[in-house]
Design a protein around this ligand. Structure first.
Ligand code: FE2
Length: 213
């Protein structure tokens, strides 16, 4: 199955405001990565979900580096993006809304809470920045890559490559929860599917120990 980038972009991304460079100004203290990880662990007791957020962080950092954006800021957004998951598991319309509010109250940069909020279009939010869109496309890629590693006999990320992930991508029923259209909307941030999968896979390989894969 192939996805039309133009079609998908028209449906989901074109109606959004043009992406904007992020500006981090006038802030005294941005929560550190350690703060963010402690927050996530205090709210989420599911280890696999924490690993999912660590994976999103790694991919967001790699994307920020590729686009010469703020790696700390983008990484933070990935790391905390599902902080309200336990609270909103059965309430998708509020997923990420509650998390974004919590992050704002805790002094996280507006760009982070906005990206967190916008990664779930079901809550009525709209992606505005490149960072918002990057988080949206990174979210489901983590699950596809983990599923690919787990079907390999040694269950290691080091044993799979981009070609393998791309071939599984085409199998609709494999890791069906990893939304293919959402992943394919990486064209909206200027990356081909192959480039995005390759970047995501390398990023996750970089934290394979933490992921236990
Ligand atoms: Fe997520």
């Amino acid at each position: 199955m192939s996805f039309s980038c133009k079609k998908y972009t028209a449906k989901v991304l074109d109606r959004q405001a043009p992406s904007a460079k992020l500006h981090v100004t006038g802030r005294c203290k941005m929560p550190t990565r350690e703060d963010a990880l402690a927050l996530v662990k205090s709210k989420v007791d599911n280890k696999n979900l924490v690993k999912h957020m660590l994976s999103a962080e790694a991919i967001m950092r790699a994307l920020a580096k590729k686009f010469s954006e703020n790696e700390e800021l983008w990484g933070l957004a990935g790391l905390v993006h599902d902080v309200d998951y336990v609270q909103t598991e059965k309430d998708p319309k509020n997923h990420a809304k509650i998390g974004a509010k919590l992050l704002s109250e805790l002094g996280y940069p507006k760009e982070v809470s906005q990206a967190v909020m916008a990664h779930n279009p079901e809550n009525g939010s709209i992606m505005e920045t490149l960072m918002d869109k990057a988080l949206y496309v990174s979210d489901p890629l983590t699950g596809l890559i983990v599923a690919c590693a787990l079907i390999h006999p040694d269950k290691k990320l080091s044993s799979i490559d981009t070609e393998f992930v791309l071939s599984r991508f085409k199998e609709k029923r494999f890791a069906a929860g990893a939304n293919r259209e959402q992943i394919a909307s990486c064209c909206g941030i200027g990356l081909s599917l192959e480039e995005f999968v390759s970047l995501g896979l390398e990023a996750m390989k970089g934290i394979s120990k933490e992921l236990g894969l």
